[in-house]
Design a binder for this molecule. Structure first.
Ligand SMILES: Nc1ncnc2c1ncn2[C@@H]1O[C@H](COP(=O)(O)OP(=O)(O)OP(=O)(O)O)[C@@H](O)[C@H]1O
Ligand SMILES: [Mg+2]
Length: 518
């Protein structure tokens, strides 16, 4: 036994000596080169090919790395018995599983097996970098059989990217992005600032005529399921909504309800922070698909006066082919570089097709101030008038705020309800004002809250009647008439009933025309 231990000790000594000698004679670079050569030789004879997906690709994060991580976490890993790491992504409420360092997982696609390995190695010399790099270098290595290569690539990677996007959408809370940084980029080169989007508005809580609500929901559903339709018809997969109406009628609430209904992120585009059309294009390019791009109060954000009414510019703007004023030239000449034509390119020009499945929503309190170019057919597919509170909309608010059950609710006298029905249209009261009264009085019980509301509505209707009479007396009748003609709820109701107010009778787009005016 003793001899055995002596022999082992001298063998270990000899090995240590050899290793020291090897290190002294062959420098590290030479050893690495030999290892690389051997690796290349063995790979040359190997029936597999390998693809590395590194965490960073030079300056920025590698989108495919993130996608592979998410994909493996949800599909392959849980069934494989591999070791998993647990993470919760930024802004997410749920946990995701990731493949731990140096672990492997087998996946299958189109009948072929593939192996993923997660390789984590310490970063040796950080070198020069514009941004702090992690201490470890991470990558996924994909191993597939040489014979399967054409069958799997790039379809398998497309499948991974699509699955990861869907997982992200399901697991993450929706995000609200804003460009309020005046064009500055963040560390990842993105011009948008995200915050978690947790708006409670849904189509159930939105007070508007149930029929119009249903038709908007159906339109959104058609849009979201319309991949094949848009491809077949050669149209960009996008849709434009123009929401217009007085303040407090639910335009912003409708946007939140749309986002919650579809599960889309919202990009709130602050046009006053955008200095040029080029910047606008960059912003558009950095939006993701399955998103709603919102420009609120479009009439206030940028000077979108009628083309004919543009102020004379110091240098003569170049007339376009159809004789109208060149908006870019006029805009530049008048000192602002974001123009109507830039905005139109953004919504339905060539640039609008970067990415897909996006909804543009413009809101305004003054549709009459918008350029007809913005309203013409094909630009904004749906014009939705958000009107003052109607009786069906009021019933929704009563249900939401007071749990009022309609006719089945005996507590509240039928006469209060019929009074509300009688006065609500004449009062021209917004859902926001109705909500305010209900919130204030809801602790006093249903009946009292509704009576309070009836008083408010009656007082308002009578005041309106008095105001109108006074205006007529002062000879302002014509002005009042004009105002009503431009944006009154009555007009909205006619429009809601199917009248086209946008001069869009060219029948260019049947699908759009059928649903356009809501
Ligand atoms: N149709 C509606 N259904 C339910 N709640 C509404 C509706 N309209 C307004 N409200 C209530 O009033 C508040 C203000 O509404 P919202 O901000 O959506 O109005 P808006 O039309 O966007 O107004 P503005 O034109 O001033 O931006 C909301 O928080 C919501 O509680
Ligand atoms: Mg609003």
């Amino acid at each position: 036994m003793r001899e055995y231990w002596t022999a082992l000790a001298s063998l270990m000594g000899a090995l240590a000596f050899m290793q020291g000698l090897l290190h002294a004679v062959f420098p590290a670079e030479l050893r690495a080169a030999v290892a690389r050569l051997l690796g290349r030789l063995t790979r040359g004879f190997s029936p597999y090919c390998y693809f590395d997906v590194t965490e960073t690709d030079g300056m920025s994060n590698n989108e495919i790395y993130d996608a592979v991580q998410l994909y493996l976490s949800s599909t392959a890993a849980p069934s494989s018995g591999a070791r998993l790491s647990l993470t919760r992504p930024h802004n997410a409420t749920s946990f995701t599983f990731g493949l731990a360092a140096s672990d492997r997982v087998v996946d299958a696609f189109r009948g072929a097996a593939v192996t993923w390995e997660h390789v984590v190695a310490p970063r040796q010399s950080p070198g020069f970098s514009w941004r702090p790099l992690p201490d470890e270098k991470r990558r996924f290595t994909l191993r597939i059989r040489r014979g399967d290569r054409d069958k799997l690539l790039p379809a398998y990677l497309d499948h991974i990217l699509a699955s990861a996007q869907e997982i992200r959408r399901r697991s993450q809370d929706r995000l609200l992005y804003t460009n309020a940084r005046g064009g500055a980029m963040d560390a990842r080169g993105l011009p948008w600032d995200p915050v978690p989007f947790k708006h409670p508005s849904t189509f159930d809580t939105l007070a508007m005529d149930p029929e119009r609500k249903e038709s908007i929901k159906a339109d959104l559903r058609d849009f979201a399921d319309g991949s094949a339709f848009y491809e077949r018809t050669g149209r960009a997969w996008k849709r434009g909504y123009l929401l217009y109406g007085p303040p407090g009628t639910g335009k912003s609430s409708m946007i939140a309800a749309m986002a919650n209904f579809l599960g889309y992120d919202v990009y709130d585009l602050e046009l006053t922070e955008v200095s040029s059309n080029a910047e606008l294009r960059k912003l558009l390019m950095k939006t993701t698909s399955k998103s709603i791009i919102v420009i609120e109060d479009i009439d206030c954000s940028v000077d979108l006066t009628n083309r004919a009414a543009l102020p004379p510019a110091p240098t003569k703007p170049r007339p376009s082919m159809d004789g109208t004023v060149d908006q870019d030239a006029a805009g530049a000449a008048s000192g602002r570089s974001i123009t109507l034509s830039g905005l139109l390119n953004f919504t339905d020009g060539l640039w609008s097709c970067c990415g897909s499945e996006r909804i543009f929503v413009f809101t305004t309190n003054h549709i009459e101030k918008l350029d007809p170019a913005l309203l013409r057919s094909g630009r904004m597919d749906m014009h939705v008038f958000m009107s003052y509170c109607s009786f069906p909309a009021l019933k929704i608010l009563l249900k939401n705020y007071l749990c009022f059950q309609g006719d089945a609710d005996d507590d509240c006298g039928a006469e209060v309800m019929s009074g509300l029905e009688e006065w609500i249209d004449a009062a021209e009261i917004t859902p926001a004002d109705v909500s305010e009264v209900l919130i204030k009085n809801r602790r006093n019980g249903k009946r009292q809250a509704m009576e309070e509301l009836l008083d408010t509505i009656k007082a308002r209707a009578e005041k309106r009647r008095g105001d109108t009479a006074a205006t007529r007396k002062d000879g302002g009748g014509e002005e009042e008439e004009e105002k009503r003609a431009l944006g009154s709820p009555k007009e909205g109701k006619e429009q809601a009933a199917g009248k086209d107010s946008c001069g869009d009778g060219d029948g260019q787009d049947e699908e759009t025309d059928a649903k356009k005016q809501l």
